[in-house]
Design a protein around this ligand. Structure first.
Ligand SMILES: Cc1cc2nc3c(=O)[nH]c(=O)nc-3n(C[C@H](O)[C@H](O)[C@H](O)COP(=O)(O)OP(=O)(O)OC[C@H]3O[C@@H](n4cnc5c(N)ncnc54)[C@H](O)[C@@H]3O)c2cc1C
Length: 428
């Protein structure tokens, strides 16, 4: 039988899920509420394990051609403006064909994916069509759209983002919390690499206000930077976007920054939430619909693409009769613990610290999530080489008890003697 699969949401996760399912011969319908893909600055960093997946789908060449390759990432001390540690993805060269990250804005993945889907005969694309209801019985899952159209499918994948309608229709709780502090993203044409000597992914630690600098290519491929700052807890959008506040923040990073180079100002809430269940019967959740976390470190979209690939493979095996329906439970068994570990497993550290927690947890995750092991390998190897103890700053700040949060013994990362971190990096 040819399985009929409905994918709700043409964000990057929905588009990858659609390509993966259609590539395996399923009949796919993709419903997207908006007529055009959202171009606001969100994900850009695509990790090696995800690049392997994009290569498997035949998307990597085009994806990489509209982004930039970043071999290194760095940690800087914002007060002394000194480099503290540099991490080199080349350490992974024996583990992956892609020992680097690619910085490509997520809307480019959605857009190039939609072009691929438009050329696939077994795909129906419905842009500007919002899904309003999903119900199911033993014969199928019925999807209702805004215009009260009804369609029946064998399976539905909700890739409709953090506010997922599909998740709400399933009555699945989105467990977790929202940080009081928001993220301010300032996009600028100023070249931080030339001015500061930093690399295209640079994390700047500062006891008062941290900053992350990421280079992306932009739609014109000429290059621009995103500078990410924490907004103060009670800071309004108007205050955060004001000339004075933007100038103060950017000039703290680099005094010569000219204001006329600021291109965009965006602000985002930061959540740590995981759906209580990733599957109910014929309906599955993937990407932000299933889990949202602090964007620093670039795991939200990467983990979402891993969800999509795992789910497409699982559905394929079941629908061609290679496996029984019991295999469908494996999706939740594998993906939920991986995505739950850092946000909810224990009280999380402050936003900037999350990626490290994630990396530690990846090491012991089963299934395809193990592909993310390369990250803990990078951190373990490069961090130890640099003499850094990953949990130290949050642990010291009293955010989490160190043994519960980072334990070399239970993380699976080889135990190594770690020197105390340089005090300039971890605050004074
Ligand atoms: C500032 C920032 C930086 C980030 N950086 C990174 C990074 O570097 N790397 C990384 O991995 N992650 C990063 N993330 C996280 C990443 O952006 C998200 O994880 C990613 O967008 C999830 O993709 P998605 O397709 O699941 O959801 P979305 O991108 O939210 O897409 C959901 C889609 O569903 C559509 N939709 C919603 N409701 C319906 C409906 N009822 N019917 C039909 N369609 C519907 C929406 O219109 C939308 O197109 C960042 C996030 C932020 C805010």
């Amino acid at each position: 039988m040819t399985a009929r699969v409905c994918i709700v949401g043409a964000g990057p996760v929905g588009v990858v899920a659609a390509i993966a399912c259609a590539g395996k011969g399923m009949q796919v319908a993709l419903f997207e509420a908006e007529r055009e893909i959202d171009r606001s600055p969100r994900a850009a960093t695509t990790h090696p394990s995800t690049l392997e997946m994009l290569a498997e789908l035949g998307l990597l060449e085009e994806f990489q051609s509209v982004g930039l390759v970043a071999r290194y990432f760095q940690f800087w001390d914002g007060v002394t403006k000194t480099l503290v540690a540099e991490f080199d993805h080349q350490l992974l060269r024996d583990e992956t064909a892609y020992p680097f990250v690619v910085q490509t804005e997520q809307h480019k993945l959605s857009e190039l994916g939609l072009r691929r889907l438009a050329a696939m005969p077994n795909v129906e694309l419905r842009l500007g069509t919002s899904v309003t209801d999903v119900v199911q019985d033993s014969r199928g899952a019925r999807v209702t759209t805004e215009g009260a159209e009804r369609h029946v499918f064998d399976y539905v994948i909700g890739c409709d983002g953090g506010r997922s309608t599909v998740r709400k229709c399933l009555d699945v709780e989105f467990e977790g919390y929202t940080w009081p502090e928001r993220f301010l993203v300032l996009t600028t044409l100023f070249d931080f690499q030339t001015a500061l000597g930093c690399c295209p992914r640079s994390y700047i630690s500062d006891p008062e206000e941290w900053t992350n600098l990421f280079k992306v290519t932009g739609d014109d491929l000429k290059g621009r930077w995103r500078a990410v700052f924490p907004a103060r807890e009670n800071e309004t959008d108007d205050e955060a976007f004001s000339e004075g506040s933007v100038r103060r923040r950017l000039r703290k990073v680099c005094e010569e920054h000219p204001m006329e180079l600021v291109a965009h100002r965006n602000i985002y809430r930061v959540h740590q939430r995981v759906a209580k269940s990733f599957r109910k019967g014929r309906v599955f959740l993937a990407g932000d619909a299933a889990h949202v976390n602090n964007p620093v470190g670039g795991l939200g979209l990467n983990c979402g693409i891993h969800d999509a690939m795992e789910l497409a493979d699982t559905l394929h095996r079941v629908t061609i009769g290679q496996a029984s329906e019991e295999l469908l439970d494996r999706y939740e068994r594998r993906r939920r613990p991986i995505n739950k570990a850092a946000p909810l497993g224990r009280r999380s550290p402050p936003p900037q610290a999350i990626p490290h927690a994630h990396f530690a947890d990846r090491k012991r995750a089963p299934g395809t999530g193990n592909r993310l092991n390369c990250w803990s390998t990078v951190f373990a190897a490069a961090g130890a080489r640099a003499g850094l103890q990953p949990c130290a700053p949050w642990h010291r700040a009293g955010a989490v008890p160190a043994p519960a949060f980072w334990s070399p013994a239970d993380s699976g990362v080889p135990r190594r003697p770690l020197r105390p971190p340089p005090s300039s990096f971890f605050g004074r």
